[in-house]
Design a binder for this molecule. Structure first.
Ligand SMILES: Cc1cc2nc3c(=O)[nH]c(=O)nc-3n(C[C@H](O)[C@H](O)[C@H](O)COP(=O)(O)O)c2cc1C
Length: 311
């Protein structure tokens, strides 16, 4: 037990991050049932879809679970209302200012963690009074900090400026990674890529299969001018890079990207034209396990490496 486990009432300090088109009730409840904390990713859901996922998650687990809310979401008011109405107890906010919603969530008895990519933003989290901080290095899949700070550099830097319970994210998929994160000053980890590639993830089979065959260097942080995103180097990526090399402005890049690309790639399995968000650590994942098997394996590795190092 450590303070992350105490804060959220979970067995292991492993959070499955909210992930568009991957983390619905199935994945969230599977991770929670295995002793970690599962998050429903509201970023790809209409408000009423989110309500349905919360209800199904409650029916599928009696363990704590949470909801991830990217704060730039257009229907943010409805999302916040639904989370409160449905009695959700844990919210992880991201992509925005933690000050805006933390006190409203706290007033309704909800614990709040906020995701950041620099120690500068850790101070904003302090001011907002969040209960925990997720510090995410640029190895991570999905949207990311454009400063390219790695997890190895970020965690000690954030740990230095805040005493808040701290979760490390980005490039962590194993028990060894969990132990390393704790050594750097974190209290636990948030993993995305590892759980995006499990049986219960709602990503398409095509996407999962492609990801478990990736090698080092097959993903890249791109779209820095629009919204920095780590994605697989597919045809869409090549079109974006070419346009950038030709001096494309933000509007042009937005036009190339269009709408619904992440759904197309991750959920519908369009591997050429879809935006295929996944982290660097995909290159170390070679099989599609259940979320329960993943949590069990991570904890086994954690205890065995701790024993080997005589910690
Ligand atoms: C496919 C995918 C979608 C993601 N979508 C979101 C999201 O909607 N909201 C969010 O806060 N983070 C999102 N993330 C980031 C994860 O929650 C997590 O912090 C990150 O994946 C951790 O790094 P890792 O991929 O190296 O494990 C996403 C990550 C992936 C791989």
């Amino acid at each position: 037990m450590n303070r992350i486990c105490n804060l959220f009432g979970i067995q292991y300090p492993i959070i499955a991050g909210g992930m568009v088109w991957c983390s619905g009730w199935r994945l969230a409840s599977a991770v929670s049932n295995a002793g970690g904390l599962g998050l429903i990713g509201s970023g790809s859901m209409h408000p009423e879809t989110l309500r349905e996922h919360i209800r199904k998650c409650k029916a599928a687990t009696d363990k704590p679970f949470g909801v991830n809310i990217p704060l730039m979401y257009p229907e943010i008011d409805s999302i916040i209302n639904i989370v409160i109405e449905e009695g959700v107890k844990i919210v992880f906010t991201s992509a925005g200012n933690p000050k805006t919603w933390t006190s409203r969530l706290h007033d309704n008895g909800i614990k709040v963690a906020h995701v950041i990519a620099s120690s500068r933003f850790a101070l904003k989290c302090e001011e907002a009074g969040v209960d925990a901080i997720v510090a995410e290095g640029f190895e991570a899949g999905g949207h990311n900090g454009k400063e390219e700070t790695t997890t190895m550099c970020l965690i000690p830097a954030v740990h230095k400026v805040t005493d808040k319970p701290l979760l490390a994210a980005g490039g962590i998929s194993s028990g060894q990674g969990l132990l390393a994160a704790i050594a750097l000053g974190a209290d636990g980890v948030q993993m995305g890529t590892r759980f995006a590639l499990t049986v219960e993830s709602s990503a398409s089979e095509e996407f999962k299969k492609l990801c478990i065959g990736l090698n080092e260097g097959d993903t890249q942080l791109t779209l820095k001018q629009v919204s920095p995103t780590r994605m697989i180097k597919n045809e869409l990526y090549q079109r974006i890079v070419e346009a950038e090399l030709n001096g494309a402005k933000v509007d042009e890049l937005r036009e190339i990207l269009g709408k619904g690309r992440a759904k197309k790639g991750i959920f519908e399995g369009d591997l050429k034209d879809g935006e295929l968000e996944i982290g660097q650590v995909a290159s170390s994942i070679r099989e599609i396990q259940t979320a329960g098997e993943a949590v069990e394996q991570i904890m086994k590795e954690y205890y065995s490496v701790r024993e080997r190092l005589k910690l």
